[in-house]
Design a protein around this ligand. Structure first.
Ligand code: IPD
Ligand code: CA
Ligand code: CA
Length: 259
C-alpha cells in the first residue's frame, strides 16, 4: 500500500509536469535571482499531496513549496514536486518528481520519476533499487582520474575553503569530466544506475536528496557528507559514489590529495 501510493503520487506529480512543460506558465522568484518556482511546481505538489493525503491522512509531510504539514506520525513524506525547476522553466527535459518516505527518522522508500525520459527510479530499504522495474547497480570504476562525475552549484554562491568552484577546478584541471545536469535527484539516480561514478554538492535540502540517497545506497553505492561522515538528509553537503572511489574523492575534495 505504501509502495503503490508512492508510485501513484509520483505519477500524479509527473502528469502535471508534462501538462505544463513547454507551455506559457507563471514563473516567480524565490530567494536569489534564479531560484524559481513555477505554476507547475505548485500544481505537481498539490497533485502529490492529494494522493498521499487521501491514502494516509495522518502522515507528516515536508514538501519544498508547501513547507511542513505537521502531523503526529512516525511517517514523513519528503517531497520535491519538480527537482530541476530551472531546467523545466527553460524547456530542458531533465527534471523529476522526487519523493522519499521516512519512518522513525530512516528513509525506507524512495521514488524519482523523470517523465520526459519515462525513467522511474524506485528503492526500498534492504530490497535494492530499480529503474523501470529492472534492478540497477552502481559502476565498477576504481579510479577517480578515469571517472565521470556530476555536481551542482547553489543559487547563492558559498565562498568557503573547498567550495564548489575550487573542487570543480581541481577535477577539471586534471581532465576529469564533471557534468552539471541541474537536478540533484537525477544526478543521484544516475550514480545509482552506473552512468556517473560520483556526485557531490554543497547546498542541498532534504527534498533534493531524500529519495536519491536511498536509491544510491540500494544500488550498492555510498553516500556521506563532504567530510565522510554518515549522511543525513537534514544537512546540506553530499558525496554519493559507487563506493570504490569514495575515499579518493574525499581526499581531493578536502585537498589532501592531488589526482
Ligand atoms: C535544485 C536542483 C539543482 C541543485 C540545486 C537544487 P530545484 O532543486 O536539484 O540540481 O543544484 O541546489 O536547489 O530548485 O530545481 O528543486
Ligand atoms: Ca530540488
Ligand atoms: Ca523543486
Amino acid at each position: 500500500m505504501l509502495k503503490s501510493t508512492l508510485i501513484k503520487a509520483a505519477k500524479a506529480g509527473a502528469a502535471e509536469i508534462l501538462r505544463f512543460f513547454n507551455t506559457h506558465f507563471k514563473i516567480s522568484n524565490k530567494e536569489g535571482v534564479n531560484n524559481l518556482v513555477t505554476e507547475a511546481d505548485h500544481a505537481a505538489e498539490k497533485a502529490i499531496i492529494e494522493v498521499v493525503g487521501s491514502a494516509y491522512p495522518d502522515h507528516h509531510i515536508l514538501s519544498e513549496e508547501a513547507g511542513v504539514l505537521t502531523r503526529d506520525s512516525e511517517y514523513k513524506w519528503i517531497i520535491d514536486p519538480i527537482d530541476g525547476t530551472v531546467n523545466f522553466a527553460h524547456g530542458i527535459p531533465l527534471n523529476a518528481v522526487s519523493i522519499g518516505i521516512e519512518h522513525n527518522g530512516i528513509i525506507i522508500m524512495a521514488a524519482v520519476y523523470n517523465p520526459h525520459l519515462d525513467e522511474f527510479y524506485f528503492a526500498e530499504k534492504g530490497k535494492g533499487a530499480t529503474l523501470n522495474d529492472s534492478p540497477i547497480h552502481v559502476s565498477e570504476q576504481t579510479e577517480t582520474i578515469r571517472a565521470c562525475l556530476v555536481t551542482g552549484f547553489p543559487y547563492t554562491y558559498i565562498n568557503i575553503p573547498n567550495g564548489p568552484l575550487e573542487i570543480f577546478e581541481r577535477f577539471i584541471r586534471k581532465g576529469v569530466p564533471v557534468r552539471r545536469l541541474g537536478s540533484a535527484a537525477i544526478d543521484l539516480c544516475w550514480v545509482a544506475a552506473g552512468r556517473f561514478d560520483g556526485f557531490y554538492e554543497h547546498k542541498l535540502e532534504p527534498w533534493d536528496s531524500a529519495a536519491g540517497y536511498l536509491i544510491v545506497e540500494e544500488a550498492g553505492g555510498k553516500v556521506t557528507d563532504l567530510e565522510g561522515n554518515k549522511f543525513s538528509v537534514y544537512q546540506h553537503r553530499v558525496l554519493a559514489t559507487n563506493g570504490k572511489i569514495h575515499n579518493e574523492m574525499l581526499d581531493v575534495i578536502n585537498n589532501r590529495k592531488e589526482l
